[in-house]
Design a binder for this molecule. Structure first.
Ligand code: GUN
Length: 283
């Protein structure tokens, strides 16, 4: 069969229109949601991500600031900056771009961001809240993937393979799919015969970061294929899936770029709007 395209760009556009309306409603009440993105250093790819988050926030009517710090900044100075943002009432959401320079402990940074402003959902408090089913910020890529999956119908009862066990993608995706009553197998770099096993699954979410890992022959006819891979190869972004062949076998498939990526940024905005609402006692 030929797959239906899960067009992240289009789905994100529609979703952002809804967020823009939510921002407008808050502004009428005198509240302007603000996303503040902190970056240490000049890494080109990171700066470009940060700028796109900033632009996306402004496009839907939010305020957004970029705090760019020297790559040699001390850990103490960065933590003090984060504490100042925690205490700044104008700031709804704080996102500290990772990776960080080596002198800075990511763990300490994530522990320092106030949980009610941690729109990435990376802080230990928010991860704990997610796993105990409390209200929290769900990490943005997993949340974006779940939103894409809504367009394919319910995942209830489906067999899902999640490839990659990272704290920010694989593990939370496995948890969220389980919450939606899918039966989940979490695969990773030590899984034996990984690609051969995929033929059994109705849903594949691949966050391996291994271009060309998944070929058409590995995919069950009509399966839903979500490609979270985003590896730069010769200046081109490559997913984990051999898209051109796989789209003839899958039922639904995300492209790279234009699949999961736009949804991640959209969910940063979603979480920032939620942060502003919750902080003001709404919802
Ligand atoms: N670096 C790459 N992706 C992300 C992300 O989603 N959040 C943060 N904070 N840093 C990143």
């Amino acid at each position: 069969m030929t797959a239906e395209l899960l067009n992240g760009k289009e789905i994100a556009k529609d979703y952002r229109a809804g967020l823009a309306a939510g921002v407008e409603e808050l502004k009428e009440k005198g509240i302007t949601p603000n996303l503040t993105v902190v970056i240490a250093g000049n890494d080109g790819a990171s700066l470009s991500y940060v700028r796109s988050k900033n632009r996306a926030a402004e496009k839907i009517g939010m305020a957004s600031d970029i705090v760019q710090l020297d790559e040699n900044i001390s850990e103490q100075t960065l933590l003090d900056k984060i504490r100042a943002l925690n205490n700044d009432d104008a700031v709804s959401g704080i996102l500290v771009q990772v990776p960080l320079p080596e002198q800075i402990s990511e763990e300490k940074v994530l522990e320092t961001i106030a949980p009610h402003k941690d729109v990435d959902g990376f802080s230990p408090v928010n991860i704990g809240r997610m796993y105990t089913g409390q209200r929290t910020f769900i990490p943005c890529t997993p949340l974006g993937i779940m939103e894409l999956l809504k367009h394919t119908g319910a995942v209830e009862g489906k067999d899902a393979a999640v490839i990659g066990r990272s704290q920010i993608v694989g593990q939370p995706v496995a948890k969220l799919l389980t919450d939606q009553n899918a039966t989940v197998t979490l695969m990773h770099s030590r899984t034996r015969e990984l690609t051969a096993k995929l033929a059994d699954f109705d849903v594949i979410v691949s966050a391996a970061g291994a271009p060309g890992l998944i070929k058409a022959e590995h995919i069950k006819d009509g399966a839903i294929v979500i490609d979270v891979g985003n590896t730069m190869v010769d200046d081109k972004l490559q997913g984990d899936v051999d898209f051109d062949a796989a789209k003839e076998k899958a039922g639904w498939i995300t492209p790279v770029p234009g699949g999961v990526g736009p949804m991640t940024i959209t969910m940063v905005l979603n979480n920032t709007l939620l942060a502003a609402k919750w902080h003001n006692g709404m919802e």
